[in-house]
Design a protein around this ligand. Sequence first.
Ligand code: ADP
Length: 161
Amino acid sequence: MNNAIYPGSFDPITYGHIDIIERCSNIYDHLIVGVIQSNSPKKMLFNENERKNMIKTSISHLNNVEVKIFNTLLVDFASQEKCSIIIRGLRVLSDFEYEFKMALMNRNLNEKITTLFMMPHEKYTHVSSSLLKEVIYLGGNIDNYAPKEVIDNINKKINGK
Ligand code: ADP
């Protein structure tokens, strides 16, 4: 089986993430979307189960994708799931430095696991979960960037409506 893992915080999932998941689903037999349980420097808006459920609803049209929560080293999670490929998205140049360091660190931790990068459609290259939360907080419209259920959930959390 040709498996891959797409890990992240997904706080919450956006059309940029979904674009990458759809591309992977076409390439790999099986894709695991790995939801990081806690990522201490980052304060999450949604808990891991909320993030997982929003992903599951958003990708229900894909039958070779599974969503799992993990709270270990990424390479250990990948080995446990018998995956040798980690997928990360690259949007803009500013992603590069962080991703480069993480990929090399992960390779040093386990050289059997390879990180591959994928670019989303250009209409999503400026989209991030944190930017969408900020726009909603300030009353802007993000209908083109995340599923309706996700937008409703952000509104409930941030604006209490
Ligand atoms: P993390 O905290 O691990 O960076 P994110 O949920 O922010 O978690 O991102 C998970 C992965 O998805 C990362 O590889 C990130 O670069 C990628 N990603 C995020 N937004 C987009 C987007 N709009 N287009 C493509 N990839 C994206």
